[in-house]
Design a protein around this ligand. Structure first.
Ligand code: ZN
Length: 154
């Protein structure tokens, strides 16, 4: 079966980049190859290179009912955060199996052996954020500065 792959493009601004992936049910149709390997993972879209991110990697994923990641993996330096947006599934974390569903947020240490699968009847839509463990120096309001200009939408 030949699948038409829609590769999104980003629009770049002086201090920002924007790409549109549409509603969650469309995420399974868009995908961006992993630059290091050129591999295209069905239903997985890598964002770092597309948007020019410099401090984290992020992927948008939509896994069909009954599917599983076909391998387990660990990371060298990066912790991962899995945000499940719709569907039901399970994560295997160092041989501990946990149920996940829309609204589940899972932090995973680099050394944890991980895998996940869709145990529901609908797509398991999720986001995976990857950033260097221990790299965050300031966060939330500590890292924000309110500017003197009030919002002007015109
Ligand atoms: Zn990973």
């Amino acid at each position: 079966m030949t699948t038409e792959i829609e590769i999104p493009t980003a629009k770049n601004y002086p201090n920002a980049s924007v790409a549109h992936f549409g509603p969650l049910e469309k995420w399974k149709e868009t995908r961006v190859p992993l630059k290091q390997t050129g591999d295209v993972y069905p239903g997985k879209t890598w964002i770092k290179d597309l948007l020019g991110l410099t401090g984290l990697e992020l992927s948008l994923s939509s896994m069909p009912a009954g599917a599983s990641v076909p391998y387990e993996h660990i990371h060298d330096q990066n912790e991962e955060l899995y945000l499940f947006l719709s569907g039901k599934g399970q994560m295997k974390l160092d041989n501990k199996i946990i149920d996940v569903e829309a609204g589940s947020v899972v932090r995973v240490d680099p050394a944890a052996v991980r895998c996940w699968r869709n145990t529901g009847t609908a797509d398991l839509v999720h986001i995976v954020i990857q950033a260097k463990a221990g790299s965050l120096m300031q966060w939330t309001a500590e890292d924000g500065t309110i500017t003197s200009q009030e919002p002007n939408w015109e």
